[in-house]
Design a protein around this ligand. Structure first.
Ligand SMILES: [Zn+2]
Length: 278
């Protein structure tokens, strides 16, 4: 059973599976290329390779699109399949590359050079590199969310109240986000309305961490998880748990994100005891 596999075997097996997955992916693309060359999809009543991929192979439109773009790119860049097998190039990167090459008559030598440059990069970074190498305008980022009328009214009210600052929508939104982030830190650091206002307050709860101590932990950690540097869902953890005599002292406290905190609890208490928390 998977849940009985030791950690190292589980991690090793997953890596092997992903290697197999990549090999299969490159085999699938090679097969698609041959099906396309022979136009076999026509025999089966499909007007295009995309329609065949969706109708016959049950791929989603986007999964079919990514595979076909990759197939197209592999014709100009023969080393592409090897890169995919090794994990140096993934489908998102090959798709973004081919999308930018389409209709631009990019010399195959240049395409090979570009693919070499984007190896082991994220899809976003790859797009930036390709745009620069092809002398294209920089990538634009859009942020769009579907909202209710009430939310839009609220946003318009915020805009009206800050109108005197004469900010663009983006600048105003950034300001509001900065305010939100700093107020979250203020709350987490113990400055919230519910913290005990009495000076010298001593709690009998051994888990109690005073406002000042919380602030010291956050300052020492630079407001980041002390293990992975993440900034989301931060919690203060007792290095030696309170249950086994650990104290709420700076040396025994650590700022961790939720995932790192749960991982360290699993290491200490075991997966069985932590099963309700993971
Ligand atoms: Zn972390």
């Amino acid at each position: 059973m998977l849940s009985n596999k030791p950690d190292s075997i589980l991690l090793g097996d997953l890596k092997k599976l992903v290697t197999t997955e990549r090999r299969i992916l490159s085999d699938v693309i090679c097969h698609l290329e041959e099906v396309n060359r022979r136009k076999l999809y026509v025999e089966l009543g499909y007007r295009s390779l995309v329609k065949y991929c969706v109708g016959e192979l049950r791929y989603s439109e986007s999964a079919a699109y990514r595979r076909i773009k990759t197939l197209k790119l592999s014709k100009s860049v023969p080393s592409l399949m090897g890169d995919i097998k090794r994990g140096a190039i993934n489908l998102s990167q090959s798709t973004v590359a081919q999308k930018l090459f389409d209709g631009r008559k990019v010399d195959p030598k240049k395409q090979i050079e570009i693919i070499k440059e984007i190896k082991n990069k994220s899809a976003k970074k790859s797009e930036d590199i390709i745009r620069e190498m092809l002398d294209l305008p920089k990538r634009k980022c859009f942020f769009s969310i579907e909202v209710k009328d009430k939310t839009l009214e609220k946003w318009n009210e915020v805009k009206a109240r800050f109108a005197h600052l004469d900010l663009t929508d983006e600048a105003l939104f950034n300001r509001i986000m900065d305010m939100a982030v700093s107020s979250v830190y203020a709350l987490k650091r113990g400055n919230d309305l519910f913290s005990n206002k009495l000076s010298g307050f001593k709690s009998s709860n051994p888990r109690y961490i005073s406002k000042n101590l919380r602030r010291e932990v956050y300052d020492r950690a630079g407001n980041k998880c002390e293990r992975c540097c993440g900034v989301y869902s931060l919690e203060i953890e007792h290095i030696k748990p309170v249950g086994v005599g650990g104290k709420a002292e700076l040396e025994n406290l650590m700022l961790l994100c939720k995932a790192c905190n749960i991982r360290s609890a699993i290491k200490f208490y075991g997966l069985e005891k932590m099963k309700n928390y993971v």
